[in-house]
Structure formats: structure tokens, C-alpha cells
Design a binder for this molecule. Structure first.
Ligand code: PMP
Length: 358
């Protein structure tokens, strides 16, 4: 019998993740491969998180705490809200899906940038909503144009800040101007996956809108600076009303027990956080300067990755780098995104890039 699939689902393409190291090693017969493709923490997980994993592993015959009470309390304390402001996800990815399911009826609109995290468009389409795509301006979210794009049908507005893949940010004044214009029937989603890497003093305090009871959701993750991407754990902060609705569609044990305990330990590991942040900053400056010396102009980045125009077909450069054992990310056209790695990984990337270009 022919499959009966909704045309919105037929129209989707599966998400393409960064290539795994083992796959590239196998396919190209390379002994050593460096992955700078998924904005992971190259230092590794927090040692405090690693230390609790063996202990929790012995209890995985039991279901996790479905309400994740300890982790939600710890996050509430950290961010000066109550635990009913906190929702956990199997990665912050999952919360994006919950938001689409809760807020979108068929034909409802969700405003987003044209050059941003692709999951917004996927989840909105899968929920039979309509992505309303607003071009970036100078490689940054154009919040004034995004506010202009809001209609009676708008339910969600996504701000990826800092933005993936560009690494750029919008500042507090721009966000304030947007929030002054956005009506209450729109939930503004601040996706701050790279929050802990941000250096700019102009970065908005998006949580203040949640605390002031605005229809806003702040998304953060343990996948990036905390180094727990493989465990899949992220969180959202929003009013208890919004969290209450998200909980109605949340799978009961979506945050697994290993992830809950590791995240709790990582949250307290100031040393790992500071070390990761410092190394990223130092290495980002070095890689950036080297790229400039090669004639490129990487965009200003508040994250752990750089985005730049390679001046020729990006896919070809990506593939040539792959053959040199360096996995980066080709986004589109001439643009490449490279994650900041360990010093030796960055040196290998730069050497491979020079070789590929010559
Ligand atoms: N938002 C942004 C902007 C991201 O770059 C990522 C990771 N690629 C995510 C959300 C999802 O992260 P996770 O599901 O691992 O928490």
C-alpha cells in the first residue's frame, strides 16, 4: 500500500550532522582525523561530570527522575527563578520541537532569520506551521525587519543569539526595541546555545524578559561549553505557564539519568568552564589572525566557531580539507564554518587549509 505522508513532512530533508571522525577515517583510510564541525568542546567533558557517570551507570536499570527535580532546582537557583520556570530537553533541540507542537496550529507563522540554525525551519514545518524567513543584515539578525514580519498569525519568533552559523550577536538595545514592538500573542525564543562563550558586555539579558513575565523562552545547553553533547541535555527557562504547556507534550523521561547527574556536576565545575572559555578565546584570536593573514575576513564571533568566505566553492574546499583529515562544516556557497579546537587541532586545520588553497 502506498504510504500516506503529509506533504509538509515529504518536503523536509533530514538534518545533516557534522561527519563523525570514525566514518571519515574509514572512508578515506586516514589514521588521524580532526573534527571541527559541530562546535563541541575540544577539551572534553567536565571531569566532575565524568566522575559521577560511573556511579549513575550502575543504576540505569531504573527510569530517570521524570521531573528532574535536582537539576531543575539547581538551574532555578543559578538563574534566580523558581523550578517551575525550568524545562529540560533531550538536547535543547527537543525543546524547539516541543515549542512548535505547543504553539503552532496548521498555517500559523514562525519568524526566523534566513541564515540560522536549521532546526527552527524543520520543526515549524513538521508542526505544519509556516516559516517566515527574514534575511540577515550585515550577517546579523535584522530585528527591526523581524518585528515588521509579525502578523496576527505569528506564534513564534526565533532569535539565535549568538547566531549559528555566523557567530554574530544582536545586542541589548536591539532586543529591547524588538520586545517593545512584539505583541503578546508571539512567544520570543532566545536560543543561546553559545551563551557561556559570549564576551560582549552588550549581550542582552534575555532572562529579564522571562522574569518580567513576558512570553519569552531562553534556551541553553550542556552540549557546548560543558562538553556533554553526547549525553543530550539542554534546558529552557520560561514562565510557569509556558513551561506547563511544554510539559504536556514532553515525553516523560526525556532527560536520561546519566545526563541529569552529569549536568548537575558540570554546572558546578567553574574550573572546567573557565579553562574552556579562556582557551577558546585565546585560540579564536590566533585562528582569526591566521585567517586574516591568508586574506580571509572571518565574521566577528561571540562563539566557539568562525564563519568565513573561502572565496571559492565552499563544498570543494570542505572536501579537500576532509581528504587532509580535517572535518569542518560547509554551510552554503563559499561559506565555511570551523569550530575552535585544541591548539594542535587549529594548527593542523590552518596547515591543511594552506595546502588546499595552494
Ligand atoms: N541551538 C543552536 C544554535 C545550536 O547550534 C545547537 C547545536 N548545534 C542547538 C541549539 C542544539 O543543541 P543541543 O540539542 O545539543 O542542546
Amino acid at each position: 500500500m502506498a504510504l500516506n505522508v503529509h506533504p509538509d513532512i515529504v518536503s523536509l530533508l533530514p538534518y545533516v550532522p557534522g561527519k563523525p571522525v570514525e566514518e571519515v577515517q574509514r572512508e578515506l583510510g586516514l589514521p588521524q582525523v580532526i573534527k571541527l564541525a559541530s562546535n563541541e568542546n575540544p577539551i572534553g567533558p567536565s571531569p566532575k561530570a565524568l566522575a559521577v557517570l560511573a556511579e549513575v551507570a550502575a543504576t540505569v536499570n531504573r527510569y530517570p527522575d521524570g521531573g528532574a527535580s535536582k537539576l531543575r532546582s539547581a538551574l532555578a537557583e543559578r538563574w534566580k527563578v523558581t523550578p517551575d520556570h525550568v524545562i529540560l530537553g533531550n538536547g535543547s533541540d527537543e525543546i524547539l520541537g516541543l515549542l512548535a507542537r505547543v504553539f503552532l496550529s496548521p498555517g500559523d507563522e514562525a519568524v526566523m532569520a534566513d541564515h540560522t540554525f536549521v532546526i527552527y525551519r524543520m520543526e515549524v514545518t513538521a508542526a505544519h506551521g509556516v516559516p517566515v524567513v527574514v534575511p540577515l543584515k550585515d550577517w546579523r539578525h535584522d530585528l527591526s525587519a523581524m518585528a515588521d514580519a509579525v502578523t496576527e498569525r505569528t506564534r513564534l519568533l526565533f532569535i539565535c543569539n549568538p547566531n549559528n552559523p555566523t557567530g554574530t550577536m544582536v545586542d541589548a538595545a536591539e532586543v529591547e526595541a524588538l520586545m517593545a514592538r512584539v505583541p503578546n500573542h508571539v512567544v520570543v525564543v532566545f536560543d543561546e546555545a553559545y551563551y557561556e562563550y559570549v564576551r560582549s558586555p552588550m549581550f542582552p539579558d534575555s532572562l529579564a524578559y522571562v522574569r518580567r513575565n513576558r512570553n519569552a523562552v531562553v534556551l541553553r545547553t550542556f552540549s557546548k561549553i560543558y562538553g556533554l553533547a553526547g549525553l543530550r541535555i539542554g534546558y529552557g527557562l520560561a514562565t510557569p505557564e509556558i513551561v506547563g504547556y511544554l510539559n504536556r507534550v514532553r515525553p516523560p523521561f526525556n532527560a536520561n539519568s546519566l545526563a541529569q547527574r552529569a549536568a548537575l556536576a558540570a554546572l558546578d565545575d567553574e574550573e572546567h568552564l573557565a579553562k574552556s572559555r579562556a582557551m577558546n578565546q585565546e585560540q579564536k584570536e590566533i585562528v582569526c589572525a591566521e585567517l586574516v593573514a591568508l586574506g580571509f575576513q572571518p565574521l566577528p564571533s561571540e562563539t566557539n566557531f568562525l564563519y568565513f568566505d573561502v572565496g571559492r566553492d565552499g563544498r570543494q574546499v570542505f572536501e579537500a580539507l576532509l581528504r587532509q583529515g580535517v572535518i569542518v562544516r560547509h554551510i552554503e556557497g563559499r561559506m565555511l564554518r570551523v569550530t575552535i579546537g585544541l591548539p594542535e587541532e587549529n594548527r593542523a586545520f590552518l596547515a591543511a587549509l594552506k595546502k588546499v588553497l595552494s
